[in-house]
Design a protein around this ligand. Structure first.
Ligand code: 5GP
Ligand code: MN
Ligand code: MN
Length: 333
């Protein structure tokens, strides 16, 4: 068995107070991983705080357990001093926001599946063979002897489902299906997980239509991109949380290899999501722009004017797209 995994198990076994931290702009895998490990450690009688330094999108409160995740300010003012910090699904320290303050003073353990992970913990269990961090957390809980009930199994399953596009993406391999099967066997309910996606506000459909109005194509339709400005969100009575999944809609267009979605939120900050279909390595483009992720799904955040950022990023994307395309043709794929 992996040495780092075993070291994390040993550390958690001997710790009494644990701070579990997820990443900013949390997604389903992150929330699932934070909640699953927190609920697991609580079952073992540990004192656990769970924190994410970002507003949690409203639809995750479909799972009432999400309420146990605290803000940075709440945890700071509680005076909680953890024995260890456990970070899940985050590839670099900037991804945990202000929780970086805790680093250095207590042992830091990282559990993640991103190839772009900078190994910023004292112990790093990073393995790209997993489609989701939630699967790693499932192994951790099992090794720690956590007993699964229906709620924990459903929450843990949620992370596997969301990071694999509900078992549709190229990362939905046999380990994903076998882990999901085990969690269903332990009481996990797929229909409860799908409520996350089947609970849309009508405003989100209007927002989608605005995004479609802004759609543009490059490289003969192989690159498709669109954007939503802060104003677009406001006029549609939405926030950036309401555009989850939009980049997937762009990728679903026939002939698209690379989809890019620009989402502007406060203070001219723009989050950019990259998705590819078959061969383009999005993580390389994201890393070039200061972000990270996986080959088929990556992202970054840039500061500045939305339209200047769109122009710059599309220029970089076209250049890298042409270069990677050449490589692919050379190796005859
Ligand atoms: P999304 O486009 O859904 O925000 O993110 C897609 C993938 O890229 C996720 O695996 C996410 O963790 C990663 N990612 C998104 N934004 C950033 C970022 O700013 N920095 C890093 N390191 N990874 C990111
Ligand atoms: Mn994530
Ligand atoms: Mn993940």
């Amino acid at each position: 068995m992996n040495r780092d995994f075993l070291t994390i198990v040993a550390e958690l076994n001997s710790a009494n107070k644990v701070l579990v931290v997820g990443h900013i702009m949390p997604d389903g895998d992150d929330i699932s991983s934070v909640l699953s490990v927190t609920l697991g450690l609580k079952k073992l009688g540990k004192e656990v705080f769970a924190g994410i330094d970002w507003r949690i999108p409203w639809y995750f409160y479909e799972f009432e357990e999400t309420n146990i995740i605290k803000t940075f300010d709440d945890i700071k003012s509680s005076g909680f001093v953890p024995d260890v910090v456990l970070v899940v699904d985050a590839s670099s320290p900037d991804r945990i926001g202000r929780f970086q303050e805790f680093l250095g003073s207590v042992p830091l353990m990282v559990i993640d599946h991103h190839g772009t992970n900078t190994l910023f913990g004292n112990i790093n269990w990073v393995d790209t063979k997993f489609g989701s961090t939630a699967q790693m957390v499932y192994r951790l809980n099992t090794e720690l002897g956590v007993e699964y009930d229906e709620r924990l199994a459903t929450i843990n399953l949620m992370g596997i489902a969301t990071d694999t596009g509900f078992f549709r993406y190229s990362n939905a391999d046999e380990i994903v299906f076998s882990d999901a099967t085990k969690l269903v066997f332990l009481g996990g309910k797929v229909y409860l997980v799908s409520r996350l996606f089947e609970n849309k506000r009508i405003e989100q459909f209007k927002l989608l239509s605005t995004m479609i109005e802004h759609l543009k194509m490059e490289a003969n339709g192989k690159i498709v991109y669109s954007y939503l400005s802060k104003e677009d969100y406001e006029t549609n009575n939405c926030t950036e949380d309401d555009s989850g999944g939009f980049v997937g809609e762009l990728r679903s267009i026939q002939g698209t290899e690379l989809a890019i979605f620009f989402s502007e939120y406060e203070n001219s900050e723009v989050h950019i999501s990259f998705r590819s279909k078959d061969w383009f390595d999005c993580s390389k483009l994201a890393v070039l722009l200061g972000g990270g992720g996986h080959p088929r799904a990556a992202g970054c955040t840039l500061k500045g004017d939305l339209f200047v950022i769109v122009e710059q990023v599309i220029r970089e994307a076209k250049t890298m797209f042409a270069a990677q395309n050449k490589e692919i043709e050379k190796i005859g794929r």
